[in-house]
Design a protein around this ligand. Structure first.
Ligand SMILES: Nc1nc2c(ncn2[C@@H]2O[C@H](COP(=O)(O)OP(=O)(O)O)[C@@H](O)[C@H]2O)c(=O)[nH]1
Ligand SMILES: [Mg+2]
Length: 357
């Protein structure tokens, strides 16, 4: 257990934090110290925002900050103005004394090594406020080990998967989304909360049904504040407050039971290292199978070329043979005609000789 563990003092009564109190106050006053069993070693609640690049993670954190600070539009996260999104590092944004929003680096297509990176960030195995470089296999495992002194088991993770409904996933992408949510659940022990952005850009009902179908328990949706959409909206404020309230309530509920942050961190590390290892083995097998398939294809090509050449040669031989036969037949015919002519000549000469006699 972490050295930060603080059991409740004798006679200590947690501050009343009933879900019926004012949501803003409930969120602001939230502290793991006020949980039924004390903080059990947890200090900060990390709202871990993850997902594909360009789906609105940084804009969502901006939106949360704007709503929480009740400020006018401010690009706290330097969210890109372009469609692709451009967050290359893992940055933290303080919401309250004990709640931190984490803007993780996303990726455009979840190639297997990039998925390892996503899960390493989500498991909080990568340092905060540092650049995230994508790398594969052992390099990622090495970086996880190097980062050990920089990461805090006392950080409690709430995974938030951000997805733009402006994007209609094809069956392969749906399968991938399912796998990401499943892996997140297996690794953190909780369902990721799904946050749908670009609310007015697609079919909201269909997107909600799709994620519910994939096992998501909580699906929120909103239109983020962006440079093009800065005007204050009651709907956005209500959505963000509802979202934050749900996240905090869920964290509190989970820490009201016996927990061990250090053990959980170790388990997450083992999970990610196994994930990286298995993906490495899969990639190696795929590579070998690819090489075998290429060799087979090359052998088939060679065989095909040889067969074609043999067929061509056979056809050529056949043609030459036929030509020879034709020449022989022609020669034979000529010879026959010559013989016949000579025979007729001889017969004529014989008859002429008989007549003279
Ligand atoms: N219309 C609309 N645009 C959004 C929304 N969220 C983000 N954007 C835009 O989408 C682009 C990518 O957003 P960004 O937050 O940088 O994505 P990230 O890569 O996931 O952090 C930017 O141009 C944003 O202005 C949204 O809810 N609605
Ligand atoms: Mg970003």
């Amino acid at each position: 257990m972490s050295g930060n563990f603080r059991p409740p003092l004798p006679g200590y009564k947690p501050k009343p934090q009933s879900p019926t109190s004012d949501p803003r106050q409930f969120i602001r006053d939230f502290s793991f110290h006020n949980c039924k069993l004390g903080n059990q070693g947890f200090q900060r609640l990390l709202i871990q925002v993850f997902g594909y690049a360009g789906h609105g993670k940084s804009s969502f954190i901006n939106t949360c900050k704007i709503v929480w600070e009740n400020s006018s539009y401010n690009n706290y996260t330097k969210a890109s103005g372009s469609q692709g999104g451009d967050t290359m590092d893992r940055r933290t944004y303080q919401l309250t004394e004990n709640i931190i929003l984490v803007d993780n680096r996303g990726c455009s297509a979840m190639k297997s090594h990039e998925k390892g990176e996503i899960f390493a960030q989500l498991a909080n195995l990568m340092p905060l406020n540092m650049k995230v470089d994508w790398c594969q296999g052992f390099k990622l495992a090495d970086r996880i080990v190097e980062a050990e002194p920089l990461v805090q088991p006392s950080d409690f993770i709430s995974p938030i998967f951000v997805y733009s409904i402006g994007h209609a996933p094809n069956p392969d992408e749906k399968q991938e989304l399912k796998e990401i949510l499943k892996t997140c659940r297996e690794m953190t022990g909780v369902e990721a909360i799904v946050l749908l952005t670009h609310k007015s850009k697609g079919n909201l009902e269909r997107a909600e049904a799709m994620f519910k179908d994939m096992g998501a328990k909580h699906v929120f949706s909103l239109e983020n504040y962006t440079p093009k959409n800065q005007s204050r909206s009651m709907e956005v404020h209500n959505s963000v407050m509802k979202f934050l309230y749900e996240v905090v309530q869920d964290a509190k509920f989970r820490v009201d039971y016996t927990r061990d942050p250090q053990k959980e961190m170790t388990e997450r590390k083992i999970f990610v290292l196994n994930y990286i290892h298995n993906k490495g083995v899969e990639a190696h097998i795929q590579k070998l199978e690819g090489q075998k398939a290429a060799e087979n294809a090359s052998m088939e090509r060679t065989m095909r070329v040889k067969t074609e050449e043999a067929d061509k040669q056979k056809q050529k031989d056949q043609k030459e043979h036929e030509e020879k036969i034709r020449q022989l037949e022609a020669e034979f015919e000529r010879q026959r005609l010559r013989d016949q002519f000579e025979h007729e000549q001889r017969m004529e000469k014989l008859q002429r000789g008989r007549k003279k006699k």
